[in-house]
Design a protein around this ligand. Structure first.
Ligand code: FPP
Length: 229
């Protein structure tokens, strides 16, 4: 690995929990549980590599169409995971950010996420940005509405950037999607303008440090021209 070419921000579409569970004749929630363990491994790998921002697509605005049992299970897992790891995050200098709309997340989820965000807000190491109830189109609309409310009549790209959920989040140099699917699914549409993409057939619950480093190595071999020559 070239230490001088580590992406500052890596964003991941964690896909394939359901298929992983199905292959093992387990309920889908067992796949999400195994997915939470992959989150832990990936966070450690990102920290070790020197990545400063890690965005994980935990729940999309479209995921509300899943069966209630699965949604409830995912929300419960999120709360349990935050409860379990907030202390560790504080100790390991990890800062938690949430990107997404608060409505219609439950009071329990909002309380847990608010508490974890607050507890880690002074940390200066890796920022874990959880995309929760997140949709990129909604994020852009959110920015436009905020700008309209200021009375401004026309906007620049810088104006939009300044009203995203986290204006200070650098654009991801690298976006990873697991499970062999090759699409963006309403993830970071604004921020992905010049991102490099890495697709792997590995299902999210099997993702680990070695897979993460493979993605970084692939990124390091890319020639990024940003529209130039
Ligand atoms: C995609 O797999 C995964 C999700 C919709 C949820 C991501 C959640 C986790 C990784 C678990 C916990 C997360 C945290 C932050 C604690 P899928 O269900 O779409 O899989 P499939 O396409 O194989 O059905």
């Amino acid at each position: 690995m070239q230490q001088n070419k580590i992406p500052q921000h890596v964003a991941i579409i964690m896909d394939g929990n359901g298929r992983w569970a199905k292959q093992k004749h387990l309920p889908r929630l067992a796949g999400h549980n195994a997915g939470a363990r992959a989150v832990e491994r990936t966070l450690k790998a990102a920290q070790k590599a020197g990545v400063k921002f890690l965005t994980l697509y935990a729940f999309s605005t479209e995921n509300w169409s899943r069966p209630k049992e699965e949604i409830d299970g995912l929300m419960k897992l999120l709360c349990q995971t935050l409860e379990k790891y907030t202390k560790d995050a504080v100790k390991n200098n990890i800062r938690l950010w949430i990107s997404g709309e608060r409505e219609p997340l439950s009071p329990a989820v909002l309380q847990q996420t608010d508490q974890a965000v607050k507890a880690t807000s002074q940390n200066t190491g890796l920022t874990l940005n959880l995309a929760l109830n997140y949709g990129a189109q909604q994020e852009i609309v959110h920015a436009v509405n905020a700008l309209v409310a200021t009375g401004k009549k026309s906007f620049s790209p810088q104006d939009i950037q300044a009203h995203l959920y986290h204006p200070d989040l650098p654009n991801p140099e690298l976006i990873i999607r697991t499970s062999g699917e090759e699409r963006l699914s309403n993830f970071l549409l604004w921020q992905a303008a010049y991102s490099e993409f890495y697709f792997t057939p590995v299902l999210w619950p099997d993702f680990d440090e070695a897979e993460f480093n493979k993605a970084l190595q692939s990124y390091q071999n890319r020639k990024r021209r940003f529209g130039g020559i």
